[in-house]
Design a protein around this ligand. Structure first.
Ligand SMILES: Nc1nc2c(c(=O)[nH]1)N[C@H]1C(S)=C(S)[C@@H](COP(=O)(O)O)O[C@H]1N2
Ligand SMILES: [Mo]
Length: 364
C-alpha cells in the first residue's frame, strides 16, 4: 500500500488484489471520501455504511420497540411514543472497528476498508437510561441486548444482528435511541426507524433497525459479542472484546488526485492541511504532522472541540521546500496518553488498526 510507483490498473491483478467476495462487500458498504473530513457533520450519503446482511424494509406504522427481559414493566412503544419523550440532538463520530483492515498484512478477509470507514452524524433521539428506568431493571441485570430486524448467516449461524452492552455502559447519559440523522428521519441504510447510538465505541455497537431491547441477567453469548468483534490471533482463542475506538487522526489528502491511482499532486505554494481526530478514551490532546514519512513531527493546530462526542478539527500549514515525492503523516494523542503507533498489532478480524495515515504527494 505504500508503493511510490504510479501504476495504472489494467485488467490484471497480483496476489495482493482483493477477492470477488471482498469486492462485493466493498461496493455495498461504501466509505466516507476523505475530503468529507472537511465537514463538522458528514452529509448523509457521504457517511460510511456497514451492513452485515440486507437493509430491511421496515413499515413504521406496524413497527414497535419491545423492552423486555429482566425488567418489572415490559414495554411496547410506537415511534410516536418515542417521539413524545424528551428529545436530544448530538453529533457523534462513528468508526467501523474494521477501519484500516485492508492495510494489514496478511489482509483478513472481510470488508476491505482502507481508512475511510468513519463519519460524524447529528443524531436526534431520546436518552436510553430513563426508558430503562421506567421499565424497571432488575437488580440481577448484567447486560442489555439490542436486536435489529436484519437477519443473515455468519460463522455458519443464522442470526439477527444483535449486540449486548454492559448495564453500566447502556445507562450512560449520552447513549441514545435515535430516529433522526442530520435533521431528517433515519434513512433506510442507517437504521430506519430507530438505531442505538453509543458515543466512543466502535461502530458495531450502534445497532440499526432496533426492534427489541432485552435486559439480561447473564452475559450474552451470541455471535457478535462472543465470536465476532474479538481481538485474537487464532479462532481457538477467546480473545478480548472490541469496545472503544482507538485514538486516530486522518487528513484530507492535499492537492489533486490522479483518477486511477489516487496519487496526489500538489504545487509549491502553501497548503493548509486539514483533518479530524477522535478517540474513544477521552478528548484529543495533540495532533502531529510529518512531511518526511514519520521521521520528524511538528504539532498541528487544534480547534476547540465542537461537540464532546464528535471528531476535533486540526490544521497544519505546509509549504513544500522542494519538488519531488513527499510522504505526509498525521498522528493523534488523547487525554489518556494514547498515541497512534506507526504499526498496529495484527489480529484475525483486522480490528482497531489505528496506525498513522500516510499520504504520498508529488510536488510539482
Ligand atoms: N442491525 C445492524 N446494526 C448494525 C450493523 C448491522 O449490520 N446490522 N452494522 C454495524 C457496524 S459493523 C457498523 S460499523 C455500524 C455502521 O453504521 P452506519 O452504516 O450507519 O455508518 O452499524 C452497526 N450496526
Ligand atoms: Mo463495523
Amino acid at each position: 500500500m505504500r508503493s511510490r510507483s504510479v501504476s495504472i490498473p489494467q485488467g490484471t491483478a497480483d496476489a495482493s488484489a482483493i477477492t470477488p467476495d471482498e469486492l462485493r462487500l466493498a461496493v455495498r458498504n461504501h466509505g466516507m471520501p476523505l475530503e468529507a473530513l472537511a465537514y463538522d457533520v458528514t452529509p448523509i450519503g457521504m457517511h460510511y455504511l456497514l451492513i452485515h446482511y440486507d437493509v430491511p424494509r421496515v413499515d413504521a406504522t406496524s413497527w414497535r420497540l419491545e423492552v423486555d427481559g429482566a425488567v418489572s414493566r415490559p414495554m411496547s412503544l410506537t415511534l410516536a411514543d418515542l417521539g413524545a419523550r424528551p428529545t436530544v440532538t448530538s453529533a457523534v463520530t462513528f468508526e467501523c472497528a474494521g477501519n484500516g483492515r485492508a492495510l494489514l498484512d496478511p489482509r483478513p478477509l472481510s470488508q476491505p476498508w482502507l481508512l475511510e470507514a468513519v463519519g460524524t452524524g447529528s443524531w436526534t433521539g431520546t436518552t436510553l437510561a430513563p426508558l430503562l428506568a421506567e421499565a424497571g431493571i432488575a437488580d440481577e441485570a448484567v447486560e442489555v441486548l439490542f436486536t435489529g430486524l436484519d437477519r443473515g448467516v455468519e460463522g455458519e449461524l443464522e442470526q439477527s444482528y444483535r449486540r449486548s452492552l454492559p448495564v453500566a455502559e447502556a445507562l450512560q447519559p449520552d447513549v441514545l435511541l435515535a430516529w433522526g440523522m442530520n435533521g431528517a428521519p433515519l434513512p433506510p441504510q442507517h437504521g430506519f426507524p430507530l438505531r442505538l447510538v453509543v458515543p466512543g465505541w466502535y461502530g458495531m455497537t450502534n445497532v440499526k433497525w432496533v426492534s427489541r431491547i432485552t435486559v439480561l441477567d447473564e452475559p450474552f453469548t451470541g455471535y457478535q459479542n462472543a465470536r465476532g468483534y474479538r481481538l485474537r490471533l487464532d479462532t481457538d482463542e477467546q480473545g478480548v472484546p472490541v469496545s472503544r475506538m482507538a485514538v486516530r487522526a486522518l487528513m484530507v489528502p492535499p492537492g489533486i488526485p490522479d483518477f486511477a491511482t489516487r496519487r496526489r499532486f500538489a504545487d509549491r505554494t502553501e497548503h493548509v492541511i486539514e483533518g479530524r481526530a477522535w478517540s474513544g478514551a477521552g478528548t484529543i490532546e495533540a495532533v502531529d504532522v510529518s512531511t518526511d514519512g514519520a521521521v520528524t513531527w511538528e504539532p498541528a493546530e487544534l480547534e476547540p472541540a465542537a461537540d464532546p462526542h464528535a471528531w476535533r478539527r486540526w490544521t497544519f500549514d505546509w509549504r513544500p521546500q522542494a519538488a519531488g515525492d513527499h510522504e505526509l503523516c498525521c498522528r493523534a494523542t488523547d487525554a489518556a496518553g494514547n498515541r497512534q503507533p506507526l504499526e498496529s498489532p495484527w489480529n484475525l478480524g483486522g480490528y482497531a488498526n489505528n496506525a498513522v495515515q500516510r499520504v504520498d504527494v508529488t510536488v510539482t
